[in-house]
Ligand binder design. Structure first.
Ligand code: UDP
Length: 476
């Protein structure tokens, strides 16, 4: 039996699409084990996601790796940066991933047979283990081809003296395969010069060492970026490994069947509701929640809005948020005045089910890649409100390359004003141009479905990947 181990690293956002990848392996007759790292601080999310994934896919084996051995007392790894200041949380994450090599090696060594290791973009440390065990290694890049093109090029550049200064203004950055990007649309997590940013760039810079890169996109969505990757433009001084566009891998939904918001959507007219949701971590200050509420109210349109408690400035990375007190956070009387046409959900909604519901007509999104693909495959026009990580870049790709959405003005300033929320929501749900945009997204949705079918580009890319893998090592 052919067998692979998937290694999603840390963070729920990276586990979800890996679980979808596991299903694709199974469909192609390949056995899958997912090797998991438990977050160092116990996370209810992690246990819940693993339990849900295990219940939904009993054919996939989940193995939680034991914690790494403690560092020797003389060298407390990761306790501080080079200059002695406290280490950045992202830097600490990479230290932890490095420390996990020992348990990963033990686990892989204990398996009777494994034909390949598939790692998350942050798990470059595992390349050492794979090399030791002579295992073919592939990355699974859970964002798009445009992000991959930009990250490969930037990480290469960061190893030279010509890394551009990206100070968050409107200066333009020209990278192969993607439209011109403004500095403020670049992920500050990789451009702000912190130890965390350097650790990310170092990890990304090792991607060309792999045997190939599986990307969660489909070719016709990002033709320019895919071409630049294949032409080797993004890694100028090293050969680019084969890039396989195997997506869109999107959760099938169905997990939130009994959620009140789906029952509420059942009572709304088709294509009439705008859904607002900002990923697994997006939070806003009270001022922004108030502006958004005022804009939604003035728009007169139906809405379904996921609201979280604002994050305290001194909150620790990954610290869970308390349930929001909606009466305290939203303008006085807002919930009462809009109760006939709006629903506010606290903290979390079954997003995929909401997006696919017939009553949902548009999606205000933070442009996380999973949300982007979920919106596109639901055929919904996107109102782009990027917040962190690579979302600013995704916004540019969605608006300028794919032409599947429009930008919410003010996303890169202190606040997106109520008038902007009102204008864009009305535009997308009421105007002819808004309808035309929806039609366009529906066409792209159909192309996405075609890509996944037998003979489609993503299906063919996966078959090619398996064939190439078989050529690297005996794979029978
Ligand atoms: N999500 C959800 N309900 C919510 C918010 C998010 O189900 O209320 C899911 C969403 O469907 C997506 C994931 O969380 O699959 C968020 O991933 P994405 O890449 O969009 O953003 P990130 O959380 O990594 O910023």
């Amino acid at each position: 039996m052919k067998s692979v181990v998937l290694y999603p690293g840390m963070g729920v956002g990276h586990l979800t699409p890996m679980v979808e990848l596991a299903k694709v392996f199974l469909q192609h007759g390949v056995a899958v084990t997912v090797a998991l790292i438990e977050p160092p601080t116990k996370s209810p999310d992690f246990s819940a996601v693993v339990a849900r994934a295990a219940a939904a896919n009993p054919s996939v084996t989940y193995h939680v790796l034991p914690p790494p051995p403690p560092p020797p007392p003389a060298a407390p790894a990761g306790s501080s940066s080079d200059d002695g200041s406290p280490a950045h949380p992202i830097f600490l994450m990479f230290e932890h991933l490095r420390a996990m090599n020992a348990p990963l090696r033990d686990f892989l060594g204990s398996l009777p047979a494994v034909d390949a290791l598939v790692i998350d973009m942050f798990c470059s440390a595992a390349l050492h283990v794979a090399a030791e065990l002579k295992l073919p290694t592939y990355y699974f890049f859970a964002s798009g081809a445009g992000d991959l093109a930009a990250f490969l090029y930037l990480s290469r550049l960061s190893m030279t003296d010509s890394f551009p200064e990206l100070v968050g203004d409107d200066s333009i950055l020209s990278l192969p395969g993607v439209p011109p990007l403004k500095a403020w649309d670049m992920p500050k997590e990789i451009t702000n010069g912190t130890t965390g940013a350097k650790a990310i760039l170092r990890a990304l810079d090792r991607m060309p060492e792999a045997d190939g890169i599986l990307v969660n996109t489909f070719e016709s969505l990002e033709t320019r970026a895919v071409r630049a990757l294949r032409d080797g433009l993004c890694v100028p001084d090293h050969s680019t490994p084969p890039v396989y566009c195997i997506g869109p891998l999107v959760s099938g939904g169905g997990g939130g069947k009994d959620h009140e918001c789906l029952r509420w959507l059942d009572t709304q007219p088709d294509n009439s509701v705008v859904f607002l949701s900002f990923g697994s971590m997006g939070t806003f200050p009270k001022k922004q929640l108030e502006e958004t509420a005022m804009g939604l109210e003035k728009s007169g349109q139906r809405f379904l809005w996921v609201v979280r408690s604002p994050r305290e400035p001194d909150a620790k990375f990954g610290q869970p948020l308390p349930e929001p007190d909606l009466d305290a956070l939203l303008p006085e009387g807002f919930l009462e005045r809009t109760k006939d046409r709006g629903l506010v959900v606290k903290s979390w909604a079954p997003q995929v089910d909401v997006l696919r519901h017939g009553a949902t007509g548009a999606f205000v999104t933070h442009c996380g890649w999973n949300s982007t693909l979920e919106g596109i495959t639901a055929g919904l026009p996107l109102l782009c409100w990027p917040m962190y990580a690579e979302q600013g870049m995704n916004k540019v790709f969605i608006v300028e390359e794919m032409k599947l959405g429009v930008e919410m003005k003010g996303y890169n300033e202190d606040v997106v004003k109520a008038e902007e929320v009102e204008t864009k929501v009305r535009w997308v749900l009421e105007s002819k141009d808004g309808q035309a945009l929806r039609k366009r997204v529906e066409e792209v949705k159909d192309r996405a479905m075609e890509a996944l079918k037998e003979g489609g580009s993503s299906h063919a890319a996966f078959v090619e990947f398996l064939k190439d893998l078989a050529g690297i090592k005996k794979f029978s």
